[in-house]
Design a protein around this ligand. Structure first.
Ligand SMILES: [Zn+2]
Length: 1050
């Protein structure tokens, strides 16, 4: 029984009513808090002592920025403002409006705290008159609402005039209305519904927060528990004691609350580590430009809370957002640095952005960490220990799992993932955090991230008030403000035997993100390979010239930042609005333009003497093989002059579609430049490739394979001549186009659902004709009509030098909720298929025996998927796709989707992509598929050259030895070569074991080096390597899928 000592009221048998009428009492106490029907007689009636609006208390002027400009404070305040008032609307969407606010606090507010309320039903930022961002505003209803700004804790009776500014953004936390139904560019106008001065009654607010917690505990604790009854009785007693006409009744009501909260439980209770957080999507339902303002708004608000609540700790991630803040809001950034020193503001996450983890390459993931940690070290004096990825659509098995936090796997839609570390700051959430903590047998601790997220905002005052009340009260887990490191370090020390999970953390949802926004994915793939060339060639130029060449370190770092930015988990996966892709297209254009120029700068330096100055000067082709292995290839050399062409004989073929000369480049050594003189090379040795008609069918044949293509463009037969083996089973086909219904349950751009596989149309090709007829290349062209408006035109090519059959596709795509796939059925039997992932591969089932198998009906793969049995296999390669599936012996590649939300124009229009099949002897582990897929993606580089000058040339262009070579380990791939981050003359080589075995590789370099050491991804020393000065090499041991980074120094 709760009896307030200071009560004047006689409390009649509250306990008895509570017992008899639980649900009535429960409704009563809930209604007491409600802002609805009873607000004039419940707690709501006393929350504000005074409120005024309009002139002469508040004067409002506005200036609206033109178009979608987001001007700076300095620019905005110089403009001409006009008078405005509460009630006017501002828009359209994505415009910006600056308000000049002049406030005169009336005398009757003396002695009271005063707040300025500003609700534009949109996002806004309060600025001081001298240009410091003070606090973010989130207008509108709901839990995210945050519209009060504290002007003074205690007004005097002679307040002067106050002046400040409000920057209003015509968009809300989640962009621009309901993105599932409407395009984001529509014109919404936002109403300025509240501009007021109020004097909050702080005691009444405290009572409100007390009751909020107690009422929720009454409702959420097990209904038969003693604590739930105690909560209900306490709340009921408080309502009985309180009288809205007499604010002196607040104190006795609060005493009841204090008595209730002071009952602590046993110390064996579950411990929750609470961390304030605000997940800000770097772009999603808003563009990058708005995110720059979102982080400023959110974090300004958090800094204020830190001053008011000294125990409060807040974590924010994504180095990119900090860098934007540093550029655009230097004062705010400096304040964050101060709060980081005092430990309240916790920069976290380790990576440049919270990236997607399915699609970026291994090197891209490495760069996310490198760029992120460098920023944190430079600006916050330490690197992050916790890798933070609360919201991504899959987790690479290669992620450094030092510490790993995620909540997203609890979204799985087929299997519940057995380990959780987390849930969302209300009593009910604390109860859930204990209840849903599946590792509770092993550790009695969990982490609670709280705060408004996605669109920004973060924790609000009310959450911190609740947290104080819930810290140590019986019935709830104990909860304390903490640094995430504290949580992980404590779990590590106290957990008896945490369950470990073997294999990939497969995320069973959002399988459409392997395909949506296809052109963006293609740009990502191409940018990754371009960066590889740029860094390798610039490193060679610098190292081989003993530092004469000026390595463009800052330019390269900037390009990587751009590549990493576009890998944000709503950009690269294809789940953002159209505006975001217009921005990312511009960023990719810049990457390609500057990247090409930087590559050319390096090749000019290295090979400038040999490169032909004019067409007449060209007597050969300089081939530059940036792969680490030898290649034989057929390349198009459009600039080859006629004089050379006529001498070249059978080594050259003119391509039909564009008249480009195709040239055979045989045995081009890896990591080296080599001269190809078409006139000097002896006659073509290999037998020419043939194409001919056989009845209705067409045959493509070389010395290795014979492929029969039906009149509908499908592969009817694929014979490996060397093995005397037919690869297409009786009655089956390959290159079959299928158009599926693609209507997911909810998340349009995100999801492909399993039931869609039940409903599809098979699309035959027509008008097949022969195009190129050898000797180097033979090809067919076929048209595949899709629906009424989309047409795919495909070139099918076999060369004289490889068993690889290539498919080159151009398509105009205009479908609605359809998904296009292509499939190949092979006479190969295996329970698993192999898919390329970052720096390695992953095997997944080809059957659907269990629900875990079934969930993998559409999976992510990088450049290839492979289906192999004992002795033989076939790989399906691609140059920009990521969605694969293999069911029994049918391999399928998802080519295009057509979701309509959140971008109604997603993927509409032209697309270009290529895929290929590559049959091989032996299993995948015995194959060269990894290198073949690389070669398929990256053509040999070539430059017009003068052969005479080449023979004279020493240095790198004429180098007898490759810049780098790897021997004794065909399973190891030399992936990245770059200048060392420390800016010295050192350089770094990154390799990985690609097939899942051990290796001892010998790495040799022709570049000047005296010493080699193993370093980590951040290029910190790990161990020394033995350097063999005569062979200029070092031996390195690899474990399966191990990534090894070697730093060479002089
Ligand atoms: Zn997100």
């Amino acid at each position: 029984m709760f009896i307030p000592k200071s009560s004047n009221f006689v409390v009649h048998s509250a306990v008895v009513y509570g017992h008899k009428h639980r649900s009535i009492t429960n409704s009563r106490v809930n209604n007491f808090l409600d802002d609805g029907q009873w607000k004039d007689v419940n707690i709501q009636a006393v929350l504000y002592d005074l409120r005024v609006s309009g002139s002469p208390h508040i004067n409002l002027e506005v200036w609206s920025a033109p178009g979608q400009d987001r001007p700076t404070f300095e620019h905005a305040v110089k403009q001409k403002f006009r008078p405005t008032h509460q009630g006017e609307s501002f828009g359209p969407s994505w415009t910006t409006h600056w308000f000049h606010v002049t406030v005169q606090i009336p005398k009757e507010f003396a002695g009271k705290p005063v707040q300025f309320l500003f609700d534009s039903n949109s996002e806004a930022m309060i600025w001081s008159a001298d240009g410091e961002p003070l606090q973010g505003i989130t207008g509108g209803g709901g839990d995210e609402r945050h519209v009060d700004y504290l002007l003074t804790r205690k007004a005097t009776d002679n307040e002067g005039i106050r002046e400040f500014y409000v920057e209003m953004a015509a968009n809300d936390l989640f962009g621009n209305g309901d993105y599932h139904q409407h395009p984001q560019d529509r014109a919404i106008y936002y109403n300025l519904s509240t501009v007021e001065l109020v004097a909050p009654n702080l005691d009444a607010w405290a009572l409100y927060h007390d009751l909020e917690v107690i009422v929720e505990m009454a409702g959420r604790l097990p209904q038969d528990s003693a604590r739930s009854w105690q909560a209900l009785k306490a709340a009921n007693a408080m309502v009985n004691v309180f009288d809205h006409r007499n604010i002196d009744t607040i104190a006795p009501a609060r005493e009841i609350a204090e008595q209730f909260f002071s009952v602590n439980g046993a110390h064996t209770r579950h411990q929750v580590y609470a961390i304030g957080n605000c997940h800000i999507d770097t772009a999603w339902l808003w563009p990058f430009a708005e995110t720059k303002r979102k982080s400023a708004r959110s974090w300004a608000t958090q800094l204020q809370l830190m001053d008011q609540y000294p125990e409060y700790k807040f974590a924010a991630s994504q180095a990119q957002q900090f860098e934007w803040l540093k550029q655009n809001y230097p004062g705010l950034f400096a304040r964050i640095q101060d709060k980081a020193k005092s430990g309240q503001f916790i920069p976290i996450g380790a990576t440049w952005v919270e990236m997607d983890c399915n699609l970026p390459s291994g090197e891209s993931l490495a760069r996310q960490f490198l760029l992120g940690q460098q920023f944190y070290q430079e600006h916050f004096d330490e690197t992050c220990k916790v890798f933070w990825l609360p919201d991504t659509f899959g987790y690479s098995s290669q992620l450094p799992q030092i510490y790993f936090f995620t909540q997203k796997l609890s979204w799985n839609n087929i299997n519940r993932f057995p380990n959780t570390t987390f849930r969302h700051c209300r009593p009910g959430e604390l109860i859930d955090s204990e209840h849903n903590h599946k590792d509770i047998v092993y550790t009695n601790e969990s982490m609670l991230l709280y705060g408004n997220g996605d669109g920004g905002g973060g924790p609000l005052k009310a959450m911190l008030e609740r947290l104080r009340r819930m810290a140590d009260t019986d019935g709830l887990p104990r909860v304390k403000n903490a640094h995430p490191n504290e949580f992980y370090e404590h779990v590590e020390k106290t957990a008896t035997e945490l369950v470990s999970w073997k294999g990939e953390l497969y995320f069973e949802l959002h399988r459409g993100t392997y395909t949506s926004q296809s052109n963006n994915k293609r740009n990502n793939r191409q940018a990754e390979f371009l960066m590889r060339d740029v860094e390798l060639l610039n490193t060679v130029a610098k190292a081989s010239s003993f530092g004469l060449y000026d390595y463009p370190m800052e330019a390269i770092r900037k390009l990587w930042k751009q590549v990493c930015l576009n890998q944000f988990h709503d950009v690269l996966p294809g789940s953002a609005i159209g505006m975001v892709y217009r921005d990312s297209d511009k960023i990719y254009n810049e990457i390609f333009t500057i990247g090409d120029a930087l590559r050319k700068r390096a090749t000019d330096f290295l090979y400038g003497d040999v490169v032909a100055k004019a067409p007449e000067d060209m007597s050969a082709v300089l081939l530059v093989n940036t792969a680490a292995w030898m290649r034989t290839d057929i390349i198009a050399v459009p600039e080859l002059p006629l004089s050379l062409l006529s001498k070249a004989g059978a080594n050259v073929q003119i391509r039909r579609k564009d008249g480009a000369p195709l040239v055979l480049a045989t045995n081009v050594c890896g990591n080296r430049a080599q001269l190809l003189d078409p006139a000097q090379t002896t006659e073509f040795h290999s037998s020419p490739v043939k194409v001919y008609q056989e009845g209705d069918d067409f045959v493509l044949e070389n010395t290795m394979v014979k492929v029969t293509i039906g009149h509908n463009g499908r592969v009817k037969s694929f014979i490996d001549i060397r093995e005397d083996r037919e690869l297409v089973p009786e009655g089956a086909q390959g290159n079959v186009f299928e158009l599926y219904d693609d209507v997911p349950l909810y998340w349009d751009a995100w999801d492909i659902e399993i039931y869609n596989l039940e409903k599809y149309q098979s699309l035959p090709g027509t008008d097949i004709t022969m195009v190129d007829k050898g000797p180097l290349v033979a090809s067919l062209i076929v048209r595949v009509p899709i629906g009424d408006t989309s047409v795919l035109v495909q070139t099918i090519t076999l060369t004289a030098i490889s068993p690889r059959l290539e498919f080159d596709c151009h398509i105009g795509w205009h479908e609605n909720r359809k998904c296009l796939k292509v499939s190949f059925t092979w006479d190969i039997h295996s329970d698993v298929a192999t898919y390329e992932t970052q720096f390695g591969v992953v095997q997944r089932p080809t059957h659907r025996n269990t629900s875990w198998d079934m969930a993998k009906f559409e999976v992510c793969g990088h450049k290839f998927a492979d289906l192999s049995e004992y002795g033989y296999g076939v790989a399906l390669l691609n140059d920009c796709k990521y969605g694969y599936s293999t069911l029994e012996n049918t391999m399928t590649l998802t080519l295009l989707r057509s979701p309509k939300a959140p971008d109604e124009n997603c993927d509409m229009g032209p697309h270009v992509f290529r895929y290929a099949v590559f049959p091989h002897k032996g299993t995948f582990a015995e194959s060269t598929v990894v290198k073949e897929a690389y070669n398929f993606n990256v053509p040999l580089l070539h430059l017009p050259a003068n052969a005479d000058r080449f023979s004279m040339k020493g240095g790198m262009a004429g180098a007898a030895h490759p810049y780098f070579s790897l021997s004794n380990a065909p399973n190891v791939v030399l992936d990245t070569v770059k200048a060392a981050e420390d800016g010295s003359s050192s350089f770094v080589v990154r390799m990985y074991e690609a097939y899942g075995g051990h290796a001892k590789a010998l790495l040799t370099t022709a570049l000047p080096a005296m010493k080699a050491e193993i370093v980590n991804i951040l290029e910190g020393h790990v161990s020394d390597l033995e350097w063999l000065p005569h062979s200029k090499s070092t031996a390195i041991k690899f474990k399966p899928f191990e990534i090894v980074t070697v730093k060479f120094s002089i």
